[in-house]
Design a protein around this ligand. Sequence first.
Ligand code: CXF
Ligand code: ZN
Length: 372
Amino acid sequence: MTITARAAICRGQDHPFAIEDVRLDSLRADEVLVRIVACGICHTDLAVRDRQLPVPLPIVLGHEGAGIVEQVGSGVTSIKPGDRVIMSFNSCGHCPSCEIDAPTYCYEFFPNNWSGVRPDGSPTLFQGDAPMNGNFFGQSSFATHAIAHERNAVVVPEDAADLPLERLAPLGCGLMTGAGAVLRAMKVRAGLPIAIVGAGTVGIAAVMAAKIAGADPIIAVDVHDSRLELAKELGATHVFNAKDDAMGRIRDLCPKGLGYAFDTTGINKVIEDLFALLAPKGVLGMVGASAPTDMLAFNEAEFMGSGRTVMGILGGDSDLDGFIPEMIRYHQQGRFPFDRLIRYFDFDAINEAIEASERGEVVKPVLRMAAA
Ligand code: CXF
Ligand code: ZN
């Protein structure tokens, strides 16, 4: 049976996203067909649009999709039609990283997420008879329907049936990246100071998670006072504007050094300044996108002599079936109120949503494709 969908086609920086008809391929054994209810917009979508990542264009982007399963492939056992699912990145399931439940570091990440086609080279999307790039993060959810995979679709737990999918959609990338960095990768300990630089979705998710972990103080740094205000409401004990000698103020507040520092900016100077603020055994986590040629410099004696750790982190070290339900539980307990970051836009307003996000007016734009 041929499935047609409306999808937002990305043709690059000089073109607005254009909503057009596409045809979906028939399902493979491990795949699921999802009617998309909503999809968050993440900076990675825009980095692809701007050709900062090696993803082929034109393509249907979108990797924070949530929706209702309409069909499942013959080999799918854990998902059935009618299930409400949150989608995230895909992984191969059998490489050394997947074997230890660290799928964000999948050895086959590129072919499963960024090649525009399935790992075997077959397209998931067509326009007329011509292939259209899709399978972005194993989904391509800027669309009314998407083909996802059993490995990257997580069924929303029964006891969260009252939570709207449009709210849950962004759990699949930005929120898990920030919360997982704190709770899973850095394993932040209660009572130790943390500084978080950048108060976008990832940074504010990290702030909320640092509060869950009991870090103290929790310092947020950004250039926008409105974001710092929000960070304060959601758990930051101190907020410093980066234009206002934030690093000096962190040093004054924590003269013994930081237990944890978390960079979401990818800016060399910020990362190196944070390294210099670490306490003995301090951990510096990095998730910001940086230029491919960037190199970091830090003092070897300080690095070794005080047992510091510098940690690159992808996707918050999340295993999807474990961490997405865990974040939902924190949300149900009122400890992870990520809905405060979201502003909703109709699917048709995708370009307005991106512009509002790029102007810094909205932290997490979420597109609504359909009523749940
Ligand atoms: C990704 C990076 C790789 C693991 C999952 C999350 N970030 C997307 O924006
Ligand atoms: Zn993302």
